[in-house]
Design a protein around this ligand. Structure first.
Ligand code: XMP
Length: 516
């Protein structure tokens, strides 16, 4: 991306750092995230047109809190500090920070108390909903700065020093809950830093392919290909970069949806000239899951077994150095705990971490910084058909985490048949495209019913159908009752062993999308 203007985001450990990068990409601007510890000389060599300091979980008042090479602030490159980034700017330049007694988390009303280009064009003249997530706050601004915004609990919620080309916000403009956050960020990028846009999905494909080619050289790569959009996009990017040095491995782990193996392999073979190996590992996966009820243990066992299968396949190919995966940013954020931050491991996503040392392969994860809807745009850029682009996400551990409790071939088959009906009914209307994900879950209990003159005592299926933008938050879909009714009556009539269907009406948070 040599001839594009570049914005550098320095990461202080916030959950939202990638979201800042995403907003910058949405503005058509090329950005890179670097650790806050980057030496000044290295950063200078990148010739950033603007620098954004992210938030972070630390307190600048703590002894070992992350900081910035002070030289960076002397260049006159426009700087925007967000949350921790604001506190750090203030701390480094002689302002005062007030130590938090409590964290403030959630929406607040921002009142504009001064004029700044940063706030030009906001919808409402002087009151704005903004998203706060912080402990400390700035108590006195450094010399030369003026206060341009406050909230009821934070007297200095925004500060500016145009002479030194520095602006800072206590709230998070990158979060959708901040009204006009995009306007604020775009003001910084275009009106203040005068960055020229030029970044597109085509440039993402071009630069990713070039990076992959350079990184991989003449080595060989194996790629776990599930047929979902993420792994298909990864495989196609690699295929463009290194052609037949790539071998894709499709693993039938016995936990796939009805007809999935035939569908995916048929599709891939028909459309792409990939080296594709299909491994039937059903027995190995299912035998290891016998008696296992604990969600995390299921996930770990499956993750480990995948690696084992890939390892064996890699052993059959000369000079394999890399394993490619379709890890997306929300997988990373939910599987990694930041030191002292609000994020803890919620669920182990089998495609993040867990790569045993013995495998001796490095990971290639070209989508690691993207969100799902961005991957869909890359897929369109690569010419993938709508059928793949709009496929609902399907988790690596497959149906194992939707058969709640014990996994047996019979229980898997009940779920598979119920799920087939859910997919059919969603496809029969345009709801498949409208929802983020829709699927069935088999519960670990039986209930009493009546069929004809007989009492039944059978399984319960839950329907989980959600709307979401990036899987980090989600809400249950207000699906028309007729569709729910059809799903319910078809499942009860057509799937032997089920006499009750319930609909999950929980949002994420506090629930998650998958049940395990
Ligand atoms: P949760 O249940 O954490 O799910 O709200 C968020 C999104 O991630 C998918 N998911 C996974 N995807 N490997 C994956 O590739 C996994 O282990 C995994 N677990 C959950 C889930 O389907 C939803 O779209």
């Amino acid at each position: 991306m040599e001839n594009l203007d570049r914005v550098v985001i320095l990461d202080f450990g916030s959950q939202y750092t990638q979201l800042i990068a995403r907003r910058v990409r949405e503005a058509g601007v090329y950005s890179e995230i670097h650790p806050c510890s980057i030496p000044a000389a290295e950063l200078k060599a990148l010739e950033p047109k603007a620098i954004i300091l992210s938030g972070g979980p630390a307190s600048v008042l703590d002894a070992d809190s992350p900081t910035l090479d002070p030289e960076i602030l002397s260049w006159g490159v426009p700087v925007l500090g967000i949350c921790y980034g604001m506190q750090l700017l203030s701390h480094m330049l002689g302002g005062c920070i007030s130590k938090a007694t409590d964290r403030e988390y959630g929406r607040a009303d921002l009142e504009l108390t001064g004029t700044t280009i940063l706030f030009e064009g906001l919808r409402d003249a002087d009151r704005h909903k903004v998203w706060m997530s912080h402990g400390d706050h700035v108590d006195a601004v450094p010399d030369g700065f003026s206060v341009v915004g406050c909230t009821a609990s934070v007297p200095i919620a925004a500060m500016a020093c145009p002479e030194r080309k520095m602006w800072a916000l206590q709230f998070h403009p990158e979060v959708a809950h901040t009204d006009d956050g995009t306007v604020i960020l775009n003001n910084f990028l275009f009106k203040i830093a005068k960055v020229r846009p030029g970044w597109t999905m085509a440039s993402f494909v071009e630069s990713t392919v070039a990076d992959l080619r350079e990184k991989i050289g003449d080595a060989r790569v194996i790629c776990g290909l599930s047929g979902g959009i993420d792994s298909t996009v990864v495989a196609l990017l690699l295929h463009k970069a290194i052609g037949k040095q790539l071998t894709c491995i499709f693993v039938d782990n016995g936990l796939l949806r009805a007809g999935e193996r035939e569908e995916v392999i048929g599709y891939l073979e028909e459309h792409f000239d990939l080296n594709l190996v299909a491994v039937d590992a059903q027995e190995r996966f299912l035998s290891r899951l016998v008696g296992e009820q604990d969600p995390e243990k299921k996930r770990k066992t499956i993750g480990y077994t995948f690696i084992e299968v890939f390892d064996e396949e890699a052993g059959k190919i000369e000079n394999v150095k890399y394993l490619a995966q379709g890890t997306l940013y929300p997988d990373v954020i939910e599987s990694v705990s930041f030191k002292g931050g609000p994020s803890v491991v919620i669920k182990s996503h089998h495609n993040v971490g867990g790569l045993p040392e013995k495998m001796n392969l490095s990971l290639v994860e070209p989508l690691r910084e993207l969100f799902k809807d961005e991957v869909r745009k890359v897929a369109a850029e690569l010419g993938l058909p709508d059928y793949i682009i709009w496929r609902h996400p399907f988790p690596g551990p497959g149906l194992a985490i939707r058969v709640i409790g014990e996994i047996t071939p019979e229980r898997l088959e009940i779920l598979r048949q119920a799920d087939r009906i859910v997919q059919q009914e969603l496809h029969a209307t345009d709801w498949y495209r409208k929802v983020w994900q829709g699927f069935a879950v088999l519960l670990p209990l039986k209930t009493v019913g009546v069929m004809g003159d007989d009492r039944t005592y059978e399984h319960v299926i839950a329907l989980r159908i959600v709307d979401s933008l990036d899987a980090m938050t989600a809400d249950w879909t207000r699906l028309p009752p007729e569709i729910l009714a059809r799903m319910s009556s078809r499942i009860i009539n057509e799937v032997k062993g089920v006499n009750r269907v319930v609909f999950d009406i929980s949002s994420k948070p506090p629930s998650t999308i998958e049940w395990e």
